[in-house]
Design a protein around this ligand. Sequence first.
Ligand code: GLN
Length: 302
Amino acid sequence: MKAFLEELVNQHRPSVGEGKLADYIPQLSEQDPTALGISVRTCDGEVYSAGDCPERFTMQSISKVITLILALMDRGGEAVFERVGMEPTGDPFNSIYKLEQAPGKPLNPMINAGALVVSSLIKGSTVEERVGRVLSLVRRMAENPKIELDHAVYYSERATGFRNRSMAYFLKEFGMIEDVEATLELYFQQCSIAINCDDLAQMGLCLARLGQNDAGEQVIPRELARLVKTFMVTCGMYNASGEFAILAGIPAKSGVSGGILASVPERMGIGVFGPALDEKGNSVGGVRLLKGLSRELNLSIF
Ligand code: GLN
C-alpha cells in the first residue's frame, strides 16, 4: 500500500503544473505549488502516507463540515435547515448572485453563503469561545490536541475578504444572519485552522466510523456523521461534485488551500494536499490521487 501511494504521488506530481495557487487570499499564494501528499488511515488501524504529508496548510472550506456538525449539535436540524438548504448548486463556491433573490436562503452549507449562515448559529458568548469550540471539535476528530490557527492566513483573509463581507451583509438584509461582524470573524478564523494530511485522514476516519474515535468514543452523533458525508457527496467539491461522484465516488470536501478531506464509510479516512487548484477551486493533484486510489481499491460508495 505504501509503495502504491508513493507511485501514485509520483505519477500525478507533474499534473500540479496545470493548476494555480489561490491568490485572492494573499497569504495562500506563498504556498509551494509543487507540493503533493496523501495520508490514509483505515478502520483496521493501518496508517499509510506518501509525498508531502507533514506539510501544514489551512482548512479553508473543509472547516464547513465541522461547523455544520457543531451548529446541528447546538441548534438541531430544524433551526439550521430553516436558514440553509440541502441542494447542490451549479455556481462557484463564492457566488453571490443567487443571494439577491428572495428568500435569500443559501442553497447548501458547503458554499460560502451557506457556511456563513451556519457559523452564525454556533453557540458561545464571544467569538473566542465560539472559535474555541470549533477548534476543539477539530482536535477531537483529528485526535491531535496540538492543532492551532495560522494567524498569518487569518489576518490575510480578514483584510481582503470583501466578497464574504458582502455576502454576509446580503444575508443580514434577508434576516438569515444577525451579528455580521462576529460571524465574519468566526468564519475567517475557522478557515485558518492549520492541519496536515494525517489530521485530515484521521478526521475522515472518524466520519467513516460513524463519529467514533480510536478509543470507540462517540465524538459526534452517528446520524450527523452520516448527514455530513451526504453533503460531502452532493456539494463537497463545489460545482465539480457531480463529476467527482462519478469518477471517484467518495464523500469529500475540498478547500482553497489545496486540502481535501475524504471518508469512505466503514473503510478509511483519506487526507490529500496539493495547493495548485483547478478553475473550480479543487486541488488538481489531490483530485487525481483520490480518483486513482478509488479505482485501485474499489472505493466508490455507489
Ligand atoms: N476562506 C475561503 C473563502 O471564504 C474558503 C473558500 C474555499 O476553501 N473554497 O473564500
